[in-house]
Each structure stands twice: as C-alpha cells, then as structure tokens.
Design a protein around this ligand. Structure first.
Ligand code: S3P
Length: 191
C-alpha cells in the first residue's frame, strides 16, 4: 500500500494539483508536522501561518495575544493566510482558529484544496500537556476549552474538502491518508 502511494499517487498529484493545500483543525492535531512532510513529498513550499505571523511581528503568538489581544491577532492571521493563498502551489498549515474569521473561511474554500485534521480531544489534551505557546490553553481545564472550541468550530471545519481522522502521533499514516484523500478529491473533481 505504501509503495503504491509513493510510486503512483504522488506523481499524479503533483501534475494535477492546481491549488494550494490548506491543513486546518484544532491545536495539536499535527497540522504543521504533517504539512511539512506533505510539502516535502510533493516538492512544493510549506508555510505555517503562526510562524509567518511571528516572524513578521517579531513577537511570539503569546506576546501578540498579551500585548494586542485576540482580535488583533485574528486580523493579522487573516491578512497573512489570504496572502499565502495568492502564492504558487504550496502547503499551508493554519492556526486552529483561523476559519472563525469569515474572510479566511471564504478564501480557503475558494482558493485551496482544504483538509480538516480531526483528533479526539482527550488525545489532544495529552499532546498539549506541556505546551506553553498556546494562549487559549492557559487555564485550569484545557479539556473543557478544547471541547468548547470544537463545538464552536466543527461546523467550519466540516466545510473543508477532505476530513482526515488522525491520532496526530503516527505522521506517516496521516501523510498517506492525506495523499489518498487529495488524490480521490482531485479525481472526483475532474470532469
Ligand atoms: C489558535 C491556535 C494556534 C494559534 C493561536 C490560536 C486557536 O495555532 O494560532 O494560539 O484559536 O485555535 P495551532 O492550531 O497551530 O496550535
């Protein structure tokens, strides 16, 4: 199965991919790690919207939230992601809350092949136990926060082209599931 993916799906995808690929989903689902691997596999550039924001601002995500608040962060995030979507074909990992900005949701739907990485909340809680750079999780009950965010966001994530279940730890499996889903989506889209 893996051999089939390596030898057949990737070249077909490379030639037929016409839009950037966007990875979205809650914090900790592995968007950045899987996105980087996907970009290497397809030999196209990779962008992480949080990293782009940090390097443009010269501040960490925590500092941006602390100094300017979430609203300002969302404005910058929206600008950065919409700019990235105008680039040549690439892989973009968005921050988990990016789709809550209507302009981002619309741009992602119009201009990319989009993927929702879905991971059970208890798995995310475990993965994010030690995290220090997620301002929204700086509280006593990260499980409740993540459940609440999922509840509020799942209707947005559900609008993505492909939905992939992942435990976020097995990157190779996530990558092959993404490649398979993209391939299927591209074939289904082709008249
Ligand atoms: C956020 C997710 C984070 C980052 C910020 C807000 C969210 O990105 O953008 O802390 O609202 O879910 P990751 O999903 O990459 O952790």
């Amino acid at each position: 199965m893996k051999k089939h993916l390596d030898t057949e799906i990737t070249p077909a995808l490379k030639t037929r991919l016409r839009k950037p690929v966007v990875l979205t989903g809650l914090m900790g689902t592995g968007k950045s790690a899987a996105g980087k691997l996907l970009s290497e596999k397809l030999d196209i550039p990779f962008y992480d919207s949080d990293q782009e924001i940090e390097s443009r601002a010269g501040l960490s995500i925590n500092e941006i939230f602390e100094l300017y608040g979430e609203e300002k962060f969302r404005d910058t995030e929206s600008k950065v992601i919409r700019e990235l979507l105008e680039k040549d074909i690439c892989v973009i990992a968005t921050g988990g809350g990016a789709l809550t900005t209507p302009a981002v949701l619309e741009a992602v739907k119009q201009k990319s092949l989009s993927i929702w990485l879905q991971t059970p909340v208890p798995v995310l809680v475990k993965r994010l136990e030690q995290t220090k750079n997620r301002p929204l999780l700086k509280n006593d009950n990260p499980q409740a926060v993540l459940e609440d965010l999922l509840e509020k966001r799942k209707a947005l994530y559900a609008q993505m082209d492909c939905h992939i279940e992942t435990n976020a730890a097995d990157l190779k499996k996530t990558l092959s599931n993404i490649l398979e889903a993209l391939q299927k989506h591209i074939i289904d889209e082709t008249p």
